[in-house]
Design a protein around this ligand. Structure first.
Ligand SMILES: Nc1ncnc2c1ncn2[C@@H]1O[C@H](COP(=O)(O)OP(=O)(O)OP(=O)(O)O)[C@@H](O)[C@H]1O
Ligand SMILES: [Mg+2]
Length: 353
């Protein structure tokens, strides 16, 4: 096993640069999750690491070895795709063994690796079936098994669970987490499911338009985002944002209101435009300086999301209690100063005290 280092990585397709300079270090045995909106370059970055695309600039090191121009089969990586890409005419055993046959792994060793991986993934009873005779989750396990038998230094997963139904995803997520603990392998996992990212990752890499926005442990990114994009990307419903102007008094007046709120950060320049961020679970309903009009109420059983119009925008509150569905009600709310974050409205960057 070994870690991975990306330095100044760039990739252009024709005139369009898709990966616009990525520097990243991944430790040996770490599980790192790439998240970001559709089209931001997650799969492209993974394919560069796998060697399925050539880089336009930069370097890829696996362990101490520069693999930037090394053939995919010799990089010591194994990739698991969303589509599984199993051969339909082959049995589970043949599918899992295929790569080892191609690489001329001695028969006895190949058989041993295959038995071990099958046992680990609870596929032993299914080795003589063909993919069509398997459930979605079982097929996904075969695809993972095919990666495991190659004994790679780095596992690459591109949205491996997105074809599965909700319940199976939760189950496979737990299995992948256990697998990572068991193998102690370096893994890179791409998803746009933020729950997967939060639960699986040692560290999350948030990507946007081919660039790394922030890297950190899941709760670190959740609690301490560097900019509006990261703040808005993790969390559902997302963080509430109110644009406001700093008053001569140092207080903050949200656009569309006559209300001045205390600032979590002292000594901001009067006239400066800022964005107040507050997560739904921190919004307090009842008393408070801001007036809001209820738009929709979502009852999830264990919690309730109340969506309101407030100060030129919409605000979501998460309550851990049931809530009568009186639409159109007007109420008052507080964004507790200690639980709000500030961002610069022009640069989108976090303002730290
Ligand atoms: N071979 C290619 N030629 C030209 N453009 C490409 C090629 N492959 C990807 N792109 C473009 O690169 C961008 C990033 O694509 P990529 O597949 O990496 O996104 P992604 O983050 O994985 O998105 P998704 O979440 O939808 O899978 C997209 O705009 C895509 O159209
Ligand atoms: Mg993709």
């Amino acid at each position: 096993m070994s870690g991975l280092r990306l330095t100044g990585l760039r990739k252009a397709f024709g005139p369009t640069e898709i990966i616009t300079g990525v520097d990243l270090e991944i430790a040996d045995g770490e599980l790192v999750v790439f998240v970001g909106p559709s089209g931001c370059g997650k799969s492209t970055l993974l394919r560069l690491i796998a060697g399925l695309e050539s880089v336009s600039a930069g370097e890829i090191l696996i362990g101490e070895r520069d693999v930037t121009r090394v053939d995919p089969a010799r990089r010591g990586v194994a990739m698991v795709f969303q589509s599984y890409a199993l051969f339909p005419h082959m049995t589970v055993r043949q599918n899992m063994g295929f790569g080892m046959r191609v690489n001329r792994v001695p028969k006895a060793e190949a058989a041993e690796r295959l038995e071990k991986a099958a046992a680990l993934l609870q596929l032993t009873e299914l080795l003589d079936r063909k993919p069509a005779q398997l459930s979605g989750g079982q097929r996904q396990r075969v695809a993972i098994g095919r990666a495991i038998v190659r004994d790679p230094q780095v596992f690459l997963f591109d949205e491996p669970l997105s074809n599965l139904d909700a319940e199976l995803r939760v189950q496979m997520r737990a299995e992948l987490s256990a697998l990572h603990a068991r193998l102690g392998a370096t893994m890179i996992y791409v998803t746009h499911d933020q729950v997967e990212a939060m639960t699986l990752a040692d560290r999350i890499v948030v990507l946007r338009a081919g660039r790394v926005e922030q890297v950190g442990a899941p709760l670190h990114l959740y609690d301490d985002p560097d900019n509006l994009f990261v703040a808005g990307f993790l969390g559902s419903p997302r963080m509430n944002f109110l644009t406001a102007e700093v008053q001569a008094s140092g207080r903050l007046r949200p656009e569309g209101t006559e209300v001045d709120l205390p600032s979590p950060i002292p000594n901001l320049r009067p006239g400066r435009r800022v964005v107040i961020g507050c997560r739904p679970e921190n919004v307090e309903l009842g008393d408070g300086p801001l007036e809001a009009k209820v738009r929709t109420v979502e009852q999830l059983g264990n919690s309730t999301f109340v969506h309101m119009d407030c100060a030129n925008t919409t605000i979501a509150a998460e309550l851990h209690q049931r809530w009568g569905t009186q639409g159109d009600a007007t109420l008052r709310l507080t964004l507790p100063t200690a639980k709000t974050q500030l961002f610069d409205a022009e640069t989108s960057l976090r303002i730290r005290g």
